[in-house]
Design a binder for this molecule. Structure first.
Ligand SMILES: [Zn+2]
Length: 135
């Protein structure tokens, strides 16, 4: 092996190239599933608008549509998070904590590929949230 190993970041927590490639694959798969599913939803909504039912059915359809639109909104936000994660992959910043700049860790990213905080900063943020919500 050559001597420029010293230029590499510590191997323990930082992602290797293979790990980044794997996680990028996971992110791409997730975004594809979300987009396919939201396309199905939009198709259903369009069909419902053509239905010429009585008042009760219309009200039921409206409530169903509202529910689906809220769900679609959550999915759109998730798509945004995944896109942001893929951008970080492109910029070589993926896997770094946006708070402290430290490594997020491969295991944590496998469980939650869109994570932007390391477990320490995440725990701290949650603790802070609970405190500000306190009674
Ligand atoms: Zn951190």
């Amino acid at each position: 092996m050559s001597a420029d190993v010293s230029e590499l970041p510590p191997a323990d927590e930082y992602l290797s190239e293979e790990e980044v490639v794997h996680l990028r694959g996971v992110l791409r798969e997730q975004i594809k599933l979300l987009i396919d599913r939201s396309r199905d939803n939009i198709g259903d909504l369009t069909e419902e608008q053509d239905v010429d039912g009585d008042q009760v059915d219309v009200a039921a359809n409206e409530s169903e549509r509202g529910h689906r639109l809220r769900f679609a909104d959550r999915e759109r936000k998730m798509v945004g998070k995944i896109q942001a994660a893929l951008e970080r992959v492109g910029e070589g910043e993926y896997g770094m904590c946006s708070e402290c700049g430290g490594p997020i860790g491969y295991k944590r990213l496998l469980a939650r590929p869109v994570a932007t905080l390391c477990i320490d900063c995440k725990t701290m943020a949650e603790r802070h949230e609970r405190r500000s919500w306190g009674s």
